[in-house]
Design a protein around this ligand. Structure first.
Ligand code: PMP
Length: 355
């Protein structure tokens, strides 16, 4: 029944997000959401936005939101773009900066959406293998390309590239746009935002879905040279000018203005991450050092898929990727201490009972 489908859509494998299970008591550690609530100020700001103003279309340019971001990040508002989650901004990038037939580069193990968007928009790509230790090898990104996308920290490995390596990469690829996806940077690593005034080919993308506890609100930002932002605006205005609604704009502004709750919860998540890494290593798991709100872990003799299924039986949801090199790892989001204790006890129980 797909006779009306385009050839592109017939041939594409869409991105598969982690499950969003509905029922019952469960421990949900599969989609890197923040276990803590948005701050009360953010919730209040959103409630205050529910007025008869909703009759009107939202500000397509998210002017007040971009001004708030400008104050926080020290980048002029006209060099900031706001979108409906960073996924939307990433999709716009493929239309704004690449043409069908162009070749872009990204690591072989990274956020799967880069490949999906490339296929959807007819952009060719070469993948650059991670090192044995799952590091991105910046020097392997030859300048023979029409664009580069890097998640820093990388996902799902959780490792970062140093600012020095990133700058060298951006500098040696001035022929093309370098997109740095900083979805997890608030949990560790050095942001590239400070390099924006120096490099007109750098676009930095942020999300409110992880460190800002607002995955359900759908907000992302892109920051870069004015001409890159103008290209994104063009794409948006050819598809849908109004991708960020009034309520989301209000919540996002309050989130940028509230630094207290935000940094408090980041501190908690990174402390839990450190404790869990230690516990799991003591229990013989291999855990990759993480700069994010998730851990990649494997067991010396139990297969990740079996662990994933056994955890699921216990209503604990983690992520398993059937992909070469990482198919023996589980990706586990850092939840509350209580959730992580439930997870830890359960996985130890599974290991014990499989002997
Ligand atoms: N980039 C990376 C590396 C991610 O892991 C995610 C979340 N899955 C996103 C972007 C998208 O985030 P959002 O669309 O919620 O802003």
């Amino acid at each position: 029944m797909n006779k009306y489908w385009s050839e592109t859509i017939k041939g594409i494998t869409p991105y598969v997000p982690g499950e969003q299970p509905r029922a019952g008591r469960l421990v949900k550690l599969n989609t890197n959401e923040n276990p803590y609530p948005p701050s009360p100020e953010v919730l209040e700001a959103m409630k205050a936005a529910v007025t008869d103003k909703l009759r009107l279309y939202p500000d397509p340019n998210c002017s007040r939101l971009r001004e708030a971001a400008s104050r926080l990040y020290g980048i002029p508002a006209e060099q900031i773009f706001a979108g409906n989650g960073s996924d939307e901004i990433l999709a716009f990038c493929f239309k704004a900066f690449f043409d069908p037939g162009d070749t872009i580069l990204f690591p072989d193990i990274t956020y799967n959406f880069y490949e999906v968007y490339a296929d959807l928009f007819g952009v060719s790509y070469r993948t650059v293998p991670l090192t044995e230790n799952f590091e991105v090898s910046a020097s392997e990104f030859s300048s023979d390309n029409d664009g580069i996308i890097l998640a820093n920290p990388n996902a799902p490995t959780g490792k970062t590239l140093s600012l020095e390596d990133l700058e060298t990469l951006i500098q040696s690829n001035r022929q093309a746009v370098v997109i740095i996806d900083e979805a997890y940077i608030d949990f560790g690593g050095e942001s590239s935002i400070g390099l924006i005034p120096k490099y007109d080919n750098l676009l930095v993308i942020r999300t409110f879905s992880k460190s800002r506890s607002l995955a359900g609100l759908r907000i992302g930002l892109a920051m870069g040279n004015r001409s890159l932002i103008e290209a994104l605006i063009r794409v948006r205005d050819c598809i849908n000018c109004f991708t960020v609604d009034w309520i989301a704009q209000a919540g996002a502004i309050a989130s940028l203005e509230d630094t207290g709750t935000f940094s408090h919860y980041i501190g908690r998540i990174t402390a839990t991450r450190g404790r869990m890494t230690e516990y799991l290593r003591d229990a013989d798991f291999h855990v990759i050092d993480s700069s994010t709100n998730f851990l990649m872990m494997s067991h010396p003799f139990l297969r990740a898929k079996a662990l994933y299924e056994a955890l699921r039986e216990k209503n604990i949801f983690v992520r398993y990727f059937p992909k070469p090199r990482i198919d023996n790892y589980l990706r586990v989001t850092i939840g509350t201490d209580e959730e992580m204790d439930i997870f830890y006890d359960a996985i130890l129980d599974i290991v014990k009972n499989t002997h």
